[in-house]
Unconditional design. Structure first.
Length: 396
Protein backbone atom coordinates (compact mmCIF):
# COMPACT_ATOMS: atom_id res chain seq x y z
CA UNK A 1 0.00 0.00 0.00
CA UNK A 2 1.35 3.41 -0.92
CA UNK A 3 -0.23 6.49 0.55
CA UNK A 4 -0.77 9.44 -1.79
CA UNK A 5 1.41 12.47 -1.24
CA UNK A 6 -0.45 14.68 1.26
CA UNK A 7 -1.88 18.04 0.27
CA UNK A 8 -0.53 21.06 2.15
CA UNK A 9 -3.75 21.26 4.16
CA UNK A 10 -3.16 17.75 5.49
CA UNK A 11 0.34 18.40 6.70
CA UNK A 12 -0.65 19.73 10.10
CA UNK A 13 -2.87 16.74 10.72
CA UNK A 14 -0.04 14.46 9.66
CA UNK A 15 2.45 16.14 11.97
CA UNK A 16 -0.03 15.77 14.79
CA UNK A 17 -0.50 12.06 14.08
CA UNK A 18 3.24 11.46 14.11
CA UNK A 19 3.55 13.15 17.45
CA UNK A 20 0.93 10.81 18.93
CA UNK A 21 1.95 7.42 17.65
CA UNK A 22 5.10 6.02 16.19
CA UNK A 23 4.68 4.97 12.58
CA UNK A 24 7.63 2.67 12.87
CA UNK A 25 6.71 -0.73 11.46
CA UNK A 26 8.84 -2.40 14.13
CA UNK A 27 6.86 -2.90 17.33
CA UNK A 28 6.55 -4.82 20.51
CA UNK A 29 3.05 -6.16 21.15
CA UNK A 30 2.29 -6.85 24.78
CA UNK A 31 -0.68 -9.14 25.37
CA UNK A 32 -2.21 -7.96 28.65
CA UNK A 33 -4.53 -10.98 28.76
CA UNK A 34 -1.48 -13.23 28.78
CA UNK A 35 -0.12 -11.29 31.76
CA UNK A 36 -3.45 -11.69 33.59
CA UNK A 37 -3.47 -15.39 32.80
CA UNK A 38 0.08 -15.89 34.06
CA UNK A 39 -0.58 -13.93 37.25
CA UNK A 40 -3.69 -16.04 37.96
CA UNK A 41 -1.92 -19.30 37.12
CA UNK A 42 1.10 -18.53 39.29
CA UNK A 43 -1.04 -17.40 42.21
CA UNK A 44 -3.20 -20.52 41.97
CA UNK A 45 -0.08 -22.69 41.85
CA UNK A 46 1.61 -20.96 44.80
CA UNK A 47 -1.51 -20.30 46.88
CA UNK A 48 0.04 -17.15 48.41
CA UNK A 49 0.18 -13.43 47.46
CA UNK A 50 2.31 -12.44 44.48
CA UNK A 51 4.90 -9.70 44.30
CA UNK A 52 5.00 -8.90 40.58
CA UNK A 53 8.60 -8.21 39.60
CA UNK A 54 8.65 -5.31 37.13
CA UNK A 55 12.29 -4.21 37.23
CA UNK A 56 14.22 -3.42 34.05
CA UNK A 57 11.22 -1.90 32.27
CA UNK A 58 9.10 -4.90 33.29
CA UNK A 59 11.51 -7.24 31.52
CA UNK A 60 11.21 -5.09 28.41
CA UNK A 61 7.38 -5.08 28.44
CA UNK A 62 7.06 -1.46 29.71
CA UNK A 63 7.30 -0.60 33.40
CA UNK A 64 4.25 1.59 33.98
CA UNK A 65 1.64 -0.07 31.74
CA UNK A 66 2.56 -3.52 33.04
CA UNK A 67 2.55 -2.46 36.70
CA UNK A 68 -0.82 -0.68 36.35
CA UNK A 69 -2.26 -3.76 34.67
CA UNK A 70 -0.92 -6.15 37.30
CA UNK A 71 -2.26 -3.90 40.02
CA UNK A 72 -5.70 -3.86 38.35
CA UNK A 73 -5.50 -7.66 38.20
CA UNK A 74 -4.92 -7.90 41.92
CA UNK A 75 -1.16 -8.31 42.29
CA UNK A 76 -0.60 -7.70 45.99
CA UNK A 77 2.90 -6.24 45.76
CA UNK A 78 5.39 -4.91 43.19
CA UNK A 79 9.13 -5.46 43.17
CA UNK A 80 11.70 -3.31 41.38
CA UNK A 81 15.49 -3.12 41.46
CA UNK A 82 16.16 0.59 41.87
CA UNK A 83 14.76 3.63 43.66
CA UNK A 84 14.04 5.40 40.35
CA UNK A 85 11.81 2.55 39.19
CA UNK A 86 9.86 2.71 42.44
CA UNK A 87 9.38 6.48 42.18
CA UNK A 88 8.20 6.13 38.55
CA UNK A 89 5.57 3.63 39.70
CA UNK A 90 4.33 5.88 42.51
CA UNK A 91 4.14 8.85 40.13
CA UNK A 92 2.12 6.71 37.69
CA UNK A 93 -0.43 5.85 40.35
CA UNK A 94 0.67 2.45 41.63
CA UNK A 95 -0.71 2.17 45.16
CA UNK A 96 0.14 -1.36 46.23
CA UNK A 97 3.29 -1.78 48.35
CA UNK A 98 6.51 -1.59 46.32
CA UNK A 99 9.74 -3.23 47.43
CA UNK A 100 12.99 -1.92 46.00
CA UNK A 101 15.18 -5.02 46.00
CA UNK A 102 18.59 -3.51 45.24
CA UNK A 103 21.18 -2.35 47.70
CA UNK A 104 20.70 1.20 48.97
CA UNK A 105 22.95 4.23 49.13
CA UNK A 106 22.74 6.54 52.13
CA UNK A 107 21.76 9.75 50.32
CA UNK A 108 18.79 7.98 48.68
CA UNK A 109 17.15 6.80 51.87
CA UNK A 110 14.99 9.88 52.50
CA UNK A 111 13.49 9.50 49.01
CA UNK A 112 12.41 5.93 49.76
CA UNK A 113 10.56 7.16 52.80
CA UNK A 114 8.83 10.14 51.20
CA UNK A 115 7.69 7.99 48.24
CA UNK A 116 6.45 5.27 50.54
CA UNK A 117 8.73 2.58 49.10
CA UNK A 118 9.75 -0.52 51.07
CA UNK A 119 13.50 -0.55 51.62
CA UNK A 120 15.81 -3.55 51.41
CA UNK A 121 18.09 -3.45 54.44
CA UNK A 122 21.06 -5.70 53.81
CA UNK A 123 23.45 -4.94 56.68
CA UNK A 124 23.62 -3.45 60.18
CA UNK A 125 25.30 -0.41 58.70
CA UNK A 126 22.45 0.13 56.22
CA UNK A 127 19.98 -0.29 59.07
CA UNK A 128 21.65 2.61 60.89
CA UNK A 129 21.50 4.75 57.73
CA UNK A 130 17.78 4.09 57.39
CA UNK A 131 17.18 4.86 61.06
CA UNK A 132 19.01 8.18 60.79
CA UNK A 133 17.07 9.25 57.69
CA UNK A 134 13.74 8.19 59.20
CA UNK A 135 14.41 10.01 62.43
CA UNK A 136 15.43 13.17 60.56
CA UNK A 137 12.14 13.06 58.61
CA UNK A 138 10.13 12.09 61.65
CA UNK A 139 8.58 9.25 59.64
CA UNK A 140 9.05 5.51 60.06
CA UNK A 141 10.69 3.49 57.30
CA UNK A 142 9.18 0.22 56.08
CA UNK A 143 11.93 -2.33 55.62
CA UNK A 144 12.56 -5.90 54.47
CA UNK A 145 15.64 -7.59 55.90
CA UNK A 146 17.81 -9.26 53.28
CA UNK A 147 19.44 -12.50 54.33
CA UNK A 148 22.18 -14.05 52.22
CA UNK A 149 21.66 -17.81 52.10
CA UNK A 150 24.11 -18.64 49.34
CA UNK A 151 23.96 -16.08 46.55
CA UNK A 152 26.81 -13.96 48.01
CA UNK A 153 25.34 -10.81 46.45
CA UNK A 154 23.76 -8.59 49.12
CA UNK A 155 22.41 -9.45 52.53
CA UNK A 156 23.57 -10.50 55.97
CA UNK A 157 24.88 -14.07 55.98
CA UNK A 158 22.28 -16.38 57.48
CA UNK A 159 24.80 -17.55 60.09
CA UNK A 160 25.11 -13.95 61.37
CA UNK A 161 21.43 -13.02 61.11
CA UNK A 162 20.58 -13.15 64.83
CA UNK A 163 22.08 -9.82 65.92
CA UNK A 164 20.88 -8.14 62.72
CA UNK A 165 17.27 -9.23 63.26
CA UNK A 166 17.38 -8.16 66.90
CA UNK A 167 18.68 -4.70 66.00
CA UNK A 168 16.02 -4.23 63.31
CA UNK A 169 13.17 -5.37 65.56
CA UNK A 170 14.40 -3.03 68.31
CA UNK A 171 14.66 -0.03 66.00
CA UNK A 172 12.10 2.68 66.87
CA UNK A 173 12.27 4.13 63.34
CA UNK A 174 11.91 0.94 61.27
CA UNK A 175 8.89 -1.28 60.70
CA UNK A 176 10.13 -4.74 59.75
CA UNK A 177 7.54 -5.79 57.21
CA UNK A 178 9.44 -8.55 55.48
CA UNK A 179 12.42 -10.83 55.58
CA UNK A 180 13.76 -12.36 52.41
CA UNK A 181 16.52 -14.08 50.52
CA UNK A 182 17.26 -14.91 46.90
CA UNK A 183 17.71 -18.33 45.30
CA UNK A 184 20.78 -18.89 43.16
CA UNK A 185 19.87 -22.15 41.40
CA UNK A 186 16.07 -22.48 41.46
CA UNK A 187 15.81 -22.56 37.66
CA UNK A 188 17.30 -26.06 37.90
CA UNK A 189 14.77 -28.45 39.50
CA UNK A 190 17.58 -30.91 40.26
CA UNK A 191 19.90 -28.52 42.10
CA UNK A 192 20.44 -29.37 45.79
CA UNK A 193 21.34 -25.71 46.43
CA UNK A 194 17.69 -24.65 46.82
CA UNK A 195 16.94 -26.99 49.73
CA UNK A 196 20.12 -25.79 51.43
CA UNK A 197 19.18 -22.13 50.95
CA UNK A 198 15.65 -22.77 52.24
CA UNK A 199 17.03 -24.45 55.36
CA UNK A 200 19.40 -21.55 56.04
CA UNK A 201 16.61 -19.05 55.47
CA UNK A 202 14.19 -20.76 57.85
CA UNK A 203 16.96 -20.99 60.46
CA UNK A 204 17.47 -17.24 60.20
CA UNK A 205 13.70 -16.56 60.38
CA UNK A 206 13.54 -18.63 63.58
CA UNK A 207 15.31 -15.74 65.34
CA UNK A 208 12.06 -13.78 65.25
CA UNK A 209 10.36 -16.52 67.29
CA UNK A 210 13.35 -16.82 69.58
CA UNK A 211 13.15 -13.16 70.58
CA UNK A 212 9.36 -13.18 70.70
CA UNK A 213 8.95 -10.78 67.78
CA UNK A 214 6.10 -11.13 65.28
CA UNK A 215 7.12 -12.99 62.11
CA UNK A 216 7.23 -10.60 59.15
CA UNK A 217 6.38 -11.66 55.56
CA UNK A 218 8.87 -14.34 54.56
CA UNK A 219 9.56 -14.43 50.83
CA UNK A 220 12.11 -16.43 48.89
CA UNK A 221 10.80 -17.81 45.59
CA UNK A 222 11.74 -16.29 42.23
CA UNK A 223 10.18 -17.85 39.11
CA UNK A 224 12.27 -20.99 39.46
CA UNK A 225 11.22 -21.34 43.09
CA UNK A 226 7.56 -20.78 42.23
CA UNK A 227 7.63 -23.33 39.42
CA UNK A 228 9.86 -26.05 40.82
CA UNK A 229 10.12 -25.77 44.62
CA UNK A 230 6.72 -25.49 46.38
CA UNK A 231 8.33 -25.53 49.83
CA UNK A 232 9.96 -22.16 49.03
CA UNK A 233 6.61 -20.36 48.52
CA UNK A 234 6.28 -19.38 52.22
CA UNK A 235 4.23 -16.15 52.70
CA UNK A 236 4.65 -14.53 49.27
CA UNK A 237 6.33 -15.30 45.94
CA UNK A 238 8.37 -13.03 43.67
CA UNK A 239 8.03 -14.23 40.06
CA UNK A 240 9.57 -12.13 37.32
CA UNK A 241 10.17 -13.92 34.05
CA UNK A 242 7.36 -16.46 34.56
CA UNK A 243 4.84 -13.61 34.79
CA UNK A 244 5.81 -12.71 31.25
CA UNK A 245 5.23 -16.31 30.15
CA UNK A 246 8.86 -17.33 29.76
CA UNK A 247 10.64 -20.15 31.60
CA UNK A 248 13.72 -19.24 33.68
CA UNK A 249 15.49 -22.26 32.23
CA UNK A 250 14.25 -23.22 28.76
CA UNK A 251 15.47 -26.79 29.35
CA UNK A 252 13.16 -27.36 32.35
CA UNK A 253 9.65 -28.80 32.19
CA UNK A 254 6.88 -26.22 32.65
CA UNK A 255 4.81 -26.98 35.78
CA UNK A 256 2.38 -24.11 35.20
CA UNK A 257 0.65 -23.25 31.93
CA UNK A 258 2.19 -19.90 30.93
CA UNK A 259 1.57 -17.72 27.88
CA UNK A 260 4.29 -15.51 26.39
CA UNK A 261 3.11 -11.90 26.62
CA UNK A 262 5.58 -10.25 24.26
CA UNK A 263 5.92 -10.43 20.52
CA UNK A 264 8.40 -8.53 18.42
CA UNK A 265 7.35 -7.75 14.87
CA UNK A 266 8.56 -5.72 11.93
CA UNK A 267 7.93 -5.44 8.19
CA UNK A 268 9.95 -6.01 5.07
CA UNK A 269 11.44 -2.70 3.97
CA UNK A 270 13.43 -3.89 0.93
CA UNK A 271 13.49 -6.83 -1.51
CA UNK A 272 16.20 -7.81 -3.98
CA UNK A 273 18.01 -10.67 -5.65
CA UNK A 274 21.60 -11.26 -4.51
CA UNK A 275 23.66 -13.01 -7.13
CA UNK A 276 25.81 -16.05 -6.40
CA UNK A 277 29.18 -15.08 -4.95
CA UNK A 278 28.08 -11.63 -3.73
CA UNK A 279 28.50 -11.36 0.06
CA UNK A 280 25.93 -9.76 2.33
CA UNK A 281 26.47 -7.12 5.06
CA UNK A 282 29.45 -5.91 7.11
CA UNK A 283 32.53 -8.07 7.04
CA UNK A 284 31.24 -10.00 4.01
CA UNK A 285 30.75 -13.04 6.24
CA UNK A 286 27.94 -14.74 4.28
CA UNK A 287 27.90 -15.39 0.53
CA UNK A 288 25.16 -17.21 -1.39
CA UNK A 289 26.20 -20.16 -3.60
CA UNK A 290 23.40 -19.45 -6.07
CA UNK A 291 21.24 -16.46 -6.91
CA UNK A 292 18.83 -15.92 -4.04
CA UNK A 293 16.14 -13.57 -2.82
CA UNK A 294 17.05 -11.44 0.15
CA UNK A 295 14.90 -9.02 2.16
CA UNK A 296 15.95 -6.31 4.58
CA UNK A 297 14.25 -5.84 7.97
CA UNK A 298 14.43 -2.41 9.70
CA UNK A 299 15.58 -3.38 13.20
CA UNK A 300 19.07 -4.03 14.53
CA UNK A 301 21.30 -4.13 17.56
CA UNK A 302 20.53 -0.43 18.12
CA UNK A 303 17.11 -1.65 19.24
CA UNK A 304 18.59 -4.38 21.40
CA UNK A 305 18.11 -7.16 18.85
CA UNK A 306 21.38 -9.00 19.50
CA UNK A 307 24.19 -8.86 16.98
CA UNK A 308 25.10 -12.39 18.06
CA UNK A 309 22.11 -13.56 15.97
CA UNK A 310 24.13 -12.73 12.82
CA UNK A 311 23.76 -15.75 10.47
CA UNK A 312 22.23 -17.68 13.41
CA UNK A 313 18.76 -16.28 14.06
CA UNK A 314 15.51 -16.88 12.20
CA UNK A 315 12.36 -14.90 11.44
CA UNK A 316 8.86 -15.76 10.24
CA UNK A 317 7.56 -14.30 6.97
CA UNK A 318 4.33 -15.54 5.37
CA UNK A 319 4.25 -18.36 7.91
CA UNK A 320 7.69 -19.71 7.00
CA UNK A 321 10.97 -19.69 8.89
CA UNK A 322 13.85 -17.96 7.12
CA UNK A 323 17.45 -17.49 8.26
CA UNK A 324 19.14 -14.22 9.11
CA UNK A 325 22.16 -13.92 6.82
CA UNK A 326 25.29 -11.87 7.37
CA UNK A 327 25.94 -9.52 10.23
CA UNK A 328 23.13 -7.74 11.99
CA UNK A 329 23.66 -3.98 11.60
CA UNK A 330 22.69 -1.24 14.06
CA UNK A 331 19.33 -0.57 12.37
CA UNK A 332 18.76 -3.32 9.80
CA UNK A 333 19.50 -6.93 8.92
CA UNK A 334 19.03 -9.26 5.99
CA UNK A 335 17.05 -12.49 5.61
CA UNK A 336 17.50 -15.12 2.91
CA UNK A 337 14.22 -16.28 1.36
CA UNK A 338 15.99 -18.80 -0.90
CA UNK A 339 15.87 -18.85 -4.71
CA UNK A 340 12.08 -19.44 -4.79
CA UNK A 341 10.97 -17.65 -1.61
CA UNK A 342 8.36 -14.94 -1.85
CA UNK A 343 7.83 -11.82 0.18
CA UNK A 344 6.83 -8.29 -0.65
CA UNK A 345 7.69 -4.95 0.80
CA UNK A 346 5.61 -4.33 3.94
CA UNK A 347 5.02 -8.04 4.59
CA UNK A 348 4.87 -8.74 8.31
CA UNK A 349 7.98 -10.21 9.89
CA UNK A 350 7.82 -11.95 13.26
CA UNK A 351 11.06 -11.99 15.26
CA UNK A 352 9.51 -13.25 18.51
CA UNK A 353 5.99 -14.65 18.59
CA UNK A 354 3.54 -16.52 16.37
CA UNK A 355 2.64 -16.29 12.72
CA UNK A 356 0.06 -18.79 11.52
CA UNK A 357 1.11 -22.15 12.96
CA UNK A 358 4.74 -21.16 13.27
CA UNK A 359 6.25 -19.72 16.43
CA UNK A 360 9.59 -18.31 17.48
CA UNK A 361 9.88 -18.30 21.24
CA UNK A 362 12.07 -15.95 23.21
CA UNK A 363 13.81 -19.04 24.61
CA UNK A 364 14.86 -20.10 21.07
CA UNK A 365 16.12 -16.62 20.26
CA UNK A 366 18.18 -16.67 23.46
CA UNK A 367 19.65 -20.04 22.61
CA UNK A 368 20.62 -18.93 19.11
CA UNK A 369 22.17 -15.77 20.55
CA UNK A 370 24.11 -17.74 23.18
CA UNK A 371 22.39 -16.06 26.12
CA UNK A 372 19.38 -16.39 28.43
CA UNK A 373 15.80 -15.26 27.71
CA UNK A 374 16.09 -12.55 30.40
CA UNK A 375 18.81 -10.75 28.47
CA UNK A 376 16.84 -10.88 25.21
CA UNK A 377 13.72 -9.36 26.81
CA UNK A 378 15.34 -6.62 28.87
CA UNK A 379 17.64 -5.72 25.99
CA UNK A 380 14.73 -4.55 23.77
CA UNK A 381 14.99 -0.84 24.27
CA UNK A 382 12.84 2.27 24.06
CA UNK A 383 13.52 2.85 20.38
CA UNK A 384 10.86 0.18 19.74
CA UNK A 385 7.30 1.41 20.33
CA UNK A 386 5.16 -0.83 22.54
CA UNK A 387 1.50 -1.58 21.89
CA UNK A 388 -0.76 -3.05 24.53
CA UNK A 389 -3.54 -5.43 23.54
CA UNK A 390 -6.19 -7.28 25.44
CA UNK A 391 -8.27 -6.39 28.51
CA UNK A 392 -9.24 -2.71 28.91
CA UNK A 393 -6.62 -1.88 26.30
CA UNK A 394 -5.13 1.52 26.90
CA UNK A 395 -2.55 2.35 24.25
CA UNK A 396 0.53 3.68 25.91
C1 LIG B 1 14.87 -10.34 39.65
C2 LIG B 1 14.50 -10.87 40.96
C3 LIG B 1 13.41 -11.75 41.11
C4 LIG B 1 12.66 -12.33 39.92
O1 LIG B 1 13.46 -13.29 39.27
P1 LIG B 1 12.88 -14.21 38.10
O2 LIG B 1 13.91 -15.24 37.90
O3 LIG B 1 12.70 -13.33 36.91
O4 LIG B 1 11.58 -14.75 38.58
C5 LIG B 1 13.04 -12.12 42.37
N1 LIG B 1 13.73 -11.67 43.47
C6 LIG B 1 14.81 -10.85 43.36
C7 LIG B 1 15.52 -10.40 44.58
C8 LIG B 1 15.22 -10.44 42.11
O5 LIG B 1 16.30 -9.64 42.01
Amino acid sequence: MTEPTPAIADIDALRHRHAEASERPTRIHVDLDALSHNLRALRAHAGVPVMGIVKANAYGHGLVPVALHLQAQGAEYMGVAFLEEGIALRQAGVQVPILVMGGIFGPQVALFIVHNLDITVSSLDKLRQVERAAEALGRKATIHLKIDTGMERIGVHSYHAGAFIEAAVASPWCVVKGVYSHLACADDPASPMTALQLERFLDACAHFDRIGAPMPLRHLANSGGVLHFPETHLDMVRPGIALYGVLPDPASQPTVDLEPALSLVSQVVYFKVVEAGHPVSYGATWTPQCDTRVVTIPIGYGDGYPRSLSSRGEVLIRGYRHPIVGRICMDQFMVDLGPQGTAYNEDDVVLIGRQGDAEIRCEAVAQAAGTIPYEILVGLNDRIPREYRGADTAQT
